[in-house]
Design a protein around this ligand. Structure first.
Ligand SMILES: [Zn+2]
Length: 324
């Protein structure tokens, strides 16, 4: 009898054009420029062709705007899970009071229900920011899982690169001082577990990085490698996934809208890594990478991944520890 493929999950953080401009310090964000009408049909078509269902983490602010409703409603209609990616997409939740975090999560939940008819049960913090009160709020409001941890050592490097390219005032720099996390984030587990919150608990599905080395393997990095050292991109990706399989780690990989867009689609974000790749080349590499993922793993939504942990009494319990 053939053994089944091991489980892996796939998600997409639906960061909109304005969210990138906002983090980058560009005032053009204030009119909420959106590329959802372009990118949503594009990724739905590609995922349907590859027979993949994913979890799409939606930003509450987008769900609250009438102009985005049709694009957002088409996501669950195509069979994908909808998750919560905060309301304002401000990647510095660690600076927020418990009340403000609660407002972020609840207002985003309400806006997402309004726009899509679906109540999310999973959360990913903007820029992988996560706090204890975020976990407690999620558990209190009936969420089943969080997937905001990103166990990598390269966070501080990514931040240095970002500070070099962004246009920020000293105050804006101060707010973003913890962006992309600290070296200590690299010590967080790659395997799934339960956050121990006293009476309650919440499943944690970490964003997978290369086991042992803890360097990123999600698609934005694969596409970046494809733009600077083309022959390395897919072998690197395959090696990471084979290592996960060898170590019995169920991966959870992450897509972004910019994986499906090129500089020719969205000129305001042409400065981003891998945006200079031609659209046809970029989509060809992305589809090949998704195909490798499918070949090695049974790819499911993050909610389905969480359900498999809920059924497993062996999942370790971890006490939440955060720098702030
Ligand atoms: Zn995001």
């Amino acid at each position: 009898m053939l053994a089944g493929k091991p489980l892996g999950s796939l998600s997409l953080d639906l960061d909109n054009e304005w969210a990138y401009l906002k983090t980058h310090g560009d005032p053009a964000w204030e009119s909420f420029p959106s590329y959802l009408d372009v990118v949503v049909p594009r990724f739905l078509e590609i995922l349907a062709r590859l027979q993949l269902r994913v979890t799409v983490f939606v930003v509450g602010q987008d769900a609250a705007l009438a102009k985005n409703r049709a694009a957002l409603a088409s996501i669950p209609a195509a069979g994908h899970e909808v998750g919560n990616h905060s309301f304002h997409h401000e990647p510095w939740l660690q600076d927020y009071s418990a009340a403000r975090i609660e407002a972020e999560i609840v207002s985003a939940t309400d806006a997402i229900v309004q726009a899509t008819g679906v109540r999310p049960t999973g959360f990913r913090g903007p820029g992988f920011s996560l706090t204890r009160s975020t976990l407690e709020t999620l558990a209190r409001y009936g969420y089943r899982y969080d997937c905001s941890t990103f166990p990598t050592y390269i966070g501080p490097l990514a931040r240095a690169y970002y500070f070099m390219t962004a246009k920020l005032t000293p105050e804006e720099r101060e707010r973003r001082k913890a962006l992309f996390g600290s070296v200590a984030d690299g010590l967080r587990p790659l395997r799934t577990y339960r956050w121990d919150l006293g009476e309650q608990s919440l499943i944690e599905i970490p964003v997978t990085t290369f086991p042992i080395f803890k360097i990123p393997i999600h698609f934005i990095y694969i596409l970046y490698i494809a733009s600077v050292a083309p022959p390395l991109a897919l072998p690197y990706f395959r090696a990471a996934l084979l290592t996960c399989r060898a170590l019995g780690i169920a991966p959870s990989l992450l897509l972004h809208p910019l994986d499906f867009l090129a500089g020719e689609d969205v000129s305001t974000l042409a400065f981003f890594p891998a945006m200079q790749l031609k659209r046809s080349r970029k989509l060809a590499v992305l589809e090949r990478a998704l195909d490798i993922y499918r070949e090695l793993f049974e790819v499911v939504t993050v909610g389905e991944h969480a359900a498999s942990i809920e059924r497993s009494p062996a999942a370790p319990r971890v006490a939440p520890r955060f720098a702030s």
